[in-house]
Write a protein that binds this ligand. Structure first.
Ligand SMILES: Cc1ncc(COP(=O)(O)O)c(C=O)c1O
Length: 403
């Protein structure tokens, strides 16, 4: 018998203590636990397409295993996959890169972590726009850096105020982070915003980290725009982060990549070679097929997401106390529910957006993620990576719960 519980005195690093688990994963774990107990919870919290990975891609992985491609590859990825990434980037957005600028990682999240580890020193600052994807500040802080958060609002279509960006710069600012289309708002930065941010980056000798993981999920005939497309000078200071997870319904395969100036790509590859080595080998073969094989499944999924958005936005806007922007891409809506914060709903006080999300989970059996998790209080994120039937039933429950 121990006099004390060894877990009470066990050494935990300050770095680990400072990190909170991802709130989106926490919410979906709670919903899953309730479902496991037999409760009919509808999940609007998930960040993954509800479609299966297309058949040709699955077959490519099986063929790779059958052909014996089950060993290590170069740490920064298979040369053939790097070529495929370069080719697909040229085909899809007209940008030319050298395969030496590519590092293939275990998902887009890992690619981003490799970027921060390659460029952030303790005390360095990165400009991040809220609402932001939950992992950005956490990853930057893990590297000793600081996310300087600039809020954006639904009324402004989530476009940042460029003067506010200029004011937030300090002599420790090293980079601006752009995520367009964004998670959680599905917001797309306009060309004027992109040009303004590019100008600020050039003037301040800053890097731009452009997370383009949703670049193929665009609505109303939009074309993707990245700062890398605004001329050589901006391209040379833009680092792209991307992956197959969202475009090809391949979240579980864990393949993502960065495309960076050669010196940064080399450092990121060296870091990866010490931390994880190469990403899963059969999954790399599957990613080659995803990028260079038939692309019709991408268009089919995109069209279905658009159909769901076109149902969901008016359904939300019709509800009292909800203001909802029409997302230009990705598969999330991010309505402003601040009118309900401070109310008492069916006897439950709702002091915060988190309380509203908990009330909806417990009383209406719908799970969604509160805006505060993304740095924007008074909003809530619903993912529409779920069937139309469940969306309709979920909206019926929401209407009832808020009335
Ligand atoms: C904005 C954004 N970037 C990056 C990722 C990482 O994707 P993955 O690591 O699954 O490739 C996600 C996933 O939710 C995301 O929403």
């Amino acid at each position: 018998m121990f006099a004390t519980n060894p877990e009470d005195t066990m050494k935990i690093s300050q770095r680990a203590l400072a990190i909170a688990p991802s709130p989106t994963i926490a919410m979906s774990s709670r919903a899953k636990a309730m479902r496991a107990q037999g409760q009919d919870v509808i999940s609007f919290d998930v960040g993954e397409p509800d479609f299966p990975t297309p058949e040709n891609i699955c077959r490519a992985a099986c063929d790779a295993i059958a052909a014996g491609h089950t060993k290590y590859t170069p740490a920064a990825g298979l040369p053939k996959l790097k070529e495929a990434i370069v080719q697909a980037t040229a085909r899809d957005v007209g940008l030319q890169y050298d395969p030496a600028q590519v590092v293939v990682s275990n998902g887009g999240k890992h690619a981003l972590m490799n970027i921060w580890e390659s460029i952030v020193d303790p005390g360095d600052e990165v400009i991040v726009f809220a609402p932001y994807w939950v992992s950005y500040p956490a990853q930057i802080e893990l590297c000793g850096g600081r996310a300087v958060v600039i809020p954006t609002r639904g009324e402004d279509d989530f476009q940042p105020d460029l003067d506010q960006v200029r004011t937030a710069l300090s002599d420790r600012t090293i980079a601006l982070l752009i995520n367009s289309p964004s998670n959680p708002a599905g917001a797309i930065f306009t060309e004027a915003t992109m040009r303004g941010l590019a100008e600020i980056a050039v003037e301040g000798d800053l890097l731009i980290i452009s997370d383009e993981i949703y670049k193929h999920i665009l609505f109303d005939g939009r074309k993707h725009l990245s700062t890398a497309q605004l001329g050589e000078e901006v391209k040379s200071r833009t680092i792209l982060a991307d992956g197959v997870a969202k475009t090809y319904a391949m979240t579980g395969w864990r393949i993502g990549w960065l495309i960076a100036p050669k010196e940064i790509a080399k450092r990121a590859g060296d870091i990866q070679s010490q931390e994880t080595s190469n990403p899963n080998t059969p999954a790399q073969y599957a990613a080659i097929e995803a990028l260079l094989g038939p692309q019709d499944s991408v268009a089919t999924m995109r069209a279905e997401f658009e159909r769901r958005r076109d149902y969901l936005v008016p359904a939300l806007c019709e509800m009292a106390g909800i203001k909802c922007n029409k997302p230009g891409g990705a598969f999330y809506v991010f309505p402003d529910i601040s009118a309900h914060v401070g109310r008492t709903l069916n006897g439950t006080p709702i002091p915060t957006d988190l309380a509203l999300a908990e009330y909806l989970l417990e009383k209406a059996l719908i799970s969604a993620v509160p805006g505060s998790a993304f740095g924007s209080d008074g909003y809530i994120r619903f993912s529409f990576a779920t069937s139309m039937e469940l969306l309709q039933e979920g909206m019926r429950r929401l209407r009832e719960a808020l009335s």
